[in-house]
Design a protein around this ligand. Structure first.
Ligand SMILES: [Zn+2]
Ligand SMILES: [Zn+2]
Length: 268
């Protein structure tokens, strides 16, 4: 009887070890592949995507707004939206447009718990920032929070993890500046104008000591109308010198306004 009990314990321990190994592998795999298509790549740390994807990925290039980083069809330097309304931040940095490949990768990161992808996304964002503004000086980074219920459901906050990886690469600390106090549902379900009204009062600034000389950057995964990052920037910008924002992808305001149906997505 004692032997039987012992063998059950051993079997349970072996099962537990095996389970832990496969979960660890999913979160921190050692054989890292292209984050967009899954092909083998020579060096994940140098470039986390393959040469084939490099040819087709929707990089945010061409003439863009010098404030909100969205593409502009003419030669203007500031887009119509930023001309009409002053943003609460200095500049947004988004290396990608929100094309299908990028959307798939972000969904895979968020919804399939592929946390290792944060390191790859951070590298792409930091390379872009270095190219766009090599002299950028920051005191700290912060991020768009989730409600505690949502964070518990997902198991992590995708923007916080992204900020932590960017912080490591830029050697800048990450602090939690904001708190989400109202569940505003899915902003994507809302029309352009409603998004801004919807975020009012959804976030608050935490009791953090800030200096007038601080230069900070707020991290989000995807920016569309700038409603959320704009609102959070507005909470903090009167207290600091400069507020920057970065995200992995930028959906154009035009797309958001047209409420285009989502492209078909597949998980990697
Ligand atoms: Zn690829
Ligand atoms: Zn703009």
């Amino acid at each position: 009887m004692k032997e039987k009990k012992k063998s059950l314990v051993v079997r349970f321990m072996l099962f537990h070890k095996k389970l832990k190994k496969s979960v660890d592998h999913l979160i921190f795999p050692d054989d890292l592949k292209c984050i967009f298509c899954g092909n083998d790549i020579p060096n994940f740390d140098d470039q986390p995507f393959c040469e084939e994807c490099e040819k087709t990925l929707p990089f945010n290039v061409g003439n863009r707004c010098i404030i909100c980083d969205q593409p502009i069809k003419n030669e203007a330097t500031v887009c119509d939206f930023c001309q009409r309304e002053k943003k609460n931040f200095e500049r947004l940095f988004s290396p990608f447009l929100y094309g299908a490949e990028v959307k798939n990768a972000i969904l895979s990161y968020k919804e399939s718990n592929r946390r290792y992808m944060a390191k790859a996304f951070a590298k792409i964002i930091v390379d872009y920032i270095h190219k766009e503004k090599p002299d950028l000086k920051l005191n700290f980074l912060s991020y768009i929070p989730l409600t505690s219920k949502k964070e518990k459901q997902r198991g992590f906050n995708q923007s916080k993890l992204l900020a932590e990886e960017i912080g490591k690469l830029l050697d800048v600390p990450v602090i939690c500046l904001f708190e989400k106090i109202k569940d505003v549902g899915n902003q994507k379900e809302l029309k352009f104008k409603q998004r801004r009204e919807n975020v009012l009062g959804a976030y608050r600034l935490k009791d953090v000591k800030l200096k007038k000389t601080d230069r900070i950057m707020i991290v989000d995964d995807v920016v569309t109308t700038c409603a959320t990052v704009g609102y959070c920037s507005g909470l903090v910008y009167p207290k600091v010198e400069k507020v920057y924002v970065c995200s992995l992808a930028r959906e154009t305001v035009e797309n958001a306004k047209n409420q285009k149906k989502s492209v078909e997505v597949t998980y990697l």
